[in-house]
Ligand binder design. Structure first.
Ligand code: AMP
Ligand code: ZN
Length: 466
């Protein structure tokens, strides 16, 4: 079966290839750098990363643009409150974001573009929209007249025909029930930063930056536009209205949206105060790869409920793969006929690929890998794993890690979290019970190499970091 994605626009799973057959032109909505991103935000960014990696694994090239929103209501409010310039204020959080992305091993898009570096292009686009009759002005601000775009609502599948013409909003985000003319260019308010442009002085609204930068770098029609599910309306609906009014062409062939990260059933959000930043979690001793694994493990169209138990389970699962890699790298395997075992490893590879081709079903892909690891470990324990199966098994892990990228531990001294240490110790205890002393010793050595020393006492195993 070919690679396919659920397209929010058609509400169907569709086969995917880039329009030119080679390079995927993709735009994803990036962070608003007004504060530290929380791991809910990073669920969306991790999804973009998995998408990139799987598209590449399937032989496509990438031209991926992601924006950094470095001017909006919240940023201006915070910068003014701290007495900083916009540039100074946003530099802090842009750098923090990029640091966090690196810790989570999120690949850099081919182009990372800042809104404030594209103000003239936005002003030009707004002027063009005005020339075409899609805008009106009120008190120095320019609004998009959605009644002029009959297809408004086609992405969010809302029927907006009954809307009140002329009702408008100045804020960037608003409710679903509330389709209104939205602001393209905002008149300056006293004490706020503004730009001089061909549509007057002021600053752009949030929605225009994405349409303009996407078209500027990637052309009128994108292969993929992605974002978090909360962006479907109004942001992406507005992006379509702007872009298609400008070019007269479909804005994106595929629209992909990642579901929320939840905490006790509610969206993780700054405004609800139920959020953790990556820093918060690393401070508790978890490895960034465990966070990456957790965020990647649930398919992107399913809500993911965040708990520390879930994070511990992710660390344990990740450790299982690392241990298997270690066994493959260090153990001696049986010589002789191994055709069947090699075929079993290749079957796991095929299952892994088929699951990711199916709208990035990461849960099924992981199931295929773990089922295989369980069987192979049992064979190894029994001294029956044939040398002939080692290379296809390594190839499976290479395929796995090209997407999940968690096998290599972080270089940091505290790369192994307490939870991972505990998980390894539990596995060692099991191994000893099963009289698999080779395995038990191996785990002790692995922990020692990570600076963790074990002491067997009558009460059980005690451990400390060197
Ligand atoms: P923002 O920085 O608020 O513009 O958001 C950046 C990205 O994070 C957007 O694509 C949002 O849809 C996404 N996002 C925000 N909160 C969550 C959450 N709790 N779970 C998943 N994605 C989220
Ligand atoms: Zn956007």
């Amino acid at each position: 079966m070919p690679l396919r994605f659920f397209n929010t626009l058609s509400q169907r799973v569709e086969e995917f290839t880039p329009a030119d057959g080679r390079t995927v032109r993709m735009y994803t909505c990036g962070p608003t750098v007004y504060s530290y991103a929380h791991i809910g935000n990073f669920r969306a960014f991790t999804f973009y990363d998995l998408l990139r990696r799987w598209l590449r694994a399937r032989g496509f090239q990438l031209d991926h643009v992601m924006n950094i929103t470095d001017v909006d209501d919240k940023i201006i409010r915070n910068a003014v409150a701290e007495g900083k310039s916009l540039a100074e204020y946003t530099a802090t959080y842009t750098n923090a974001f990029l640091d966090d992305c690196a810790k989570l091993r999120l690949e850099r898009p081919e182009r990372l573009v800042r809104a404030t570096e594209h103000i003239p292009q936005m002003a030009e686009a707004i002027r063009e929209l005005s020339r075409k009759g899609f805008t009106y002005e009120s008190e120095g601000s320019v609004y998009y007249r959605i009644a002029r775009f009959p297809e408004y609502g086609k992405l969010s599948h809302n029927d907006f025909r009954g809307i009140q013409a002329g009702a408008r909003v100045d804020v960037d985000e608003y409710d679903k029930a509330d389709a209104r003319d939205f602001v393209l260019w905002k008149a300056p308010k006293p004490g706020e930063p503004f730009w001089e442009s061909e549509v007057g002085s002021g600053r752009p609204g949030w929605h225009i930056e994405c349409s303009v930068m996407a078209i500027h770098y990637l052309g009128a029609t994108l292969d993929i536009h992605a974002g978090g599910i909360d962006l479907v309306f109004p942001h992406h609906e507005n992006e379509i209205a702007q872009a298609e009014a400008l070019t007269g062409r479909p804005f994106a062939r595929f629209w992909l949206h990642a579901e929320f990260l939840l905490v006790e059933g509610q969206k993780m959000a700054k405004s609800l105060g139920n959020f953790f930043t990556l820093r918060d979690i690393l401070d508790r001793g978890y490895a960034p790869e465990a966070v990456r694994y957790l965020l990647a493990s649930v398919p992107y169209r399913r809500a993911l409920n965040f708990t520390f138990e879930g994070l511990k389970a992710a660390a344990t699962a990740m450790e299982r793969v690392r241990n298997f890699q270690l066994r493959l790298d260090t153990e001696k395997f049986a010589a002789g006929e191994g055709g069947e075992a090699a075929a079993r490893a290749r079957r796991a590879q095929a299952e892994f690929g088929a699951a990711l081709d199916d709208d990035l079903n990461t849960a099924e892909a992981l199931a295929a890998v773990f089922e295989y690891i369980r069987e192979a470990n049992a064979q190894m324990d029994a001294g029956q794993f044939p040398a002939a199966a080692a290379e296809p098994a390594r190839e499976l892990l290479r395929q796995f890690d090209a997407v999940f990228d968690v096998v290599r531990p972080s270089a940091a001294a505290d790369a192994i979290s307490d939870a991972e240490v505990e998980a390894l110790i539990a596995e060692r205890t099991q191994a000893r019970k099963a009289k698999n002393f080779a395995r038990a010793d191996e785990i002790r050595e692995r922990l020692a190499s990570l600076g963790v020393v074990l002491e067997d006492t009558r009460e059980g195993v005690r451990w400390k970091r060197k």
